[in-house]
Design a protein around this ligand. Sequence first.
Ligand code: HEM
Length: 400
Amino acid sequence: MSAQPIPDHVPTDRVVDFNVFAPPGGEQDFFAAWKSLLGGPGLVWTTENGGHWIGACGEVVRSLWGDAERFSNEALAVTPGLGEVMEFIPLQQDPPEHKPFRMAVMKGFANNHVVAMEPLVREQARLLIEGLMGKGGCEFMSQFAEILPIHIFLTLIGVPPEDRAKLRPLGQQLTRPDGSMTVVELRDAADAYLEPYIRERLANPGSDLFSRILSVPIEGRAWTFDEAQRMCRNLLFGGLDTVVAMMGNMIMHLARHPDDQEYLREDASRIPAAVDELMRRYPTVSVTRNCVETTEVDGVEVREGDLIYLPSVLHNLDPACFDDPEKVDFDRGLSPVRHTTMGVGPHRCVGAGLARLEAIVLLEEWLARVPHFSLAEDVQPTFRGGNVGSLLQLELRWAE
Ligand code: HEM
């Protein structure tokens, strides 16, 4: 979409030349590209992508993110029309409508269920790693990161292994969109894949994730098929590329920092704390809110209807919010709710426990099986921007 005129209420000294989907230099380093906005005003306006605000300091990002009264989740993204197409439950609902749906989803992700997933996650991770051994290296994103979360998701919802191949091409479009499908086509393909499972789970609930969630009544009544579909769609779109991106960043960090690799190899009990710190250091998700009541933020007027883009990277890497934020310090000991990698407020990620488990198992299994690894000297990592910024390519090498 071409650049839009600057609206009257936007002071010209707040206007920046910044496309959130292609931050300058973002292909080489997603994090550095975003960081270029820190140090100026805490709220800026870009004319790109239809024209919208960007929360440009940690304080603004975190406070608006959690403020569901003034800033609604309905729009979903600055991408025009995306919210109307997806209609995610619970992500695009505002309180109080949001609460009963979220409660049901939270019950499905209760800690005992997540803990019970561990042997399955471990088995899948081991199988994939074993397939990479003897090769002296791999392209981590396509040969590992993009595969494991799909297998785990399908195990969670009880899809038999032989059906998995059907989701692989769709999963690739979700995590690595090549422009060959519109968002409507993507949604329709996801719905078509999920529909038989949703109908079956509504009629004959089992013990899988969809069944557990759909068997929790919504204010005393059953879920409608439409609501069930929007919820299952939310889980599918929310739980794949986020995990892919997280895994890529963690392995990239360890490939670049042999000392950190050795530190974790020496004592695997250090891995859970390391995962929490790596999640803080490499946040990937940006959310969009729409202002529902004209208000003042960072000394400027934000009008009802304005869209505000909130990148977690500008909270987690803001030195005003975290000491020496770019440093990975496994002893930082911060609670995972201090940073915004998983969001903050009523929409904080329901899959956070599962994602953390996946990351811990990844590092345990990878470090136990793969010898010392580093980045390939001749191929640099490349990133893509977007609502979930992710590595596209991560070539690793190791000596067998
Ligand atoms: C590292 C991996 C992940 C990251 C970084 C991540 C990040 C986030 C963030 C930032 C939000 C808040 C969105 C907002 O405030 O608008 C969110 C919400 C959500 N996430 Fe995750 N997520 C991850 C994994 C998962 C997984 C594995 C699932 C499920 C399979 C999942 C499902 C959801 C759902 C359903 C919501 C909406 C919650 C609500 O609206 O109440 N996420 N996630």
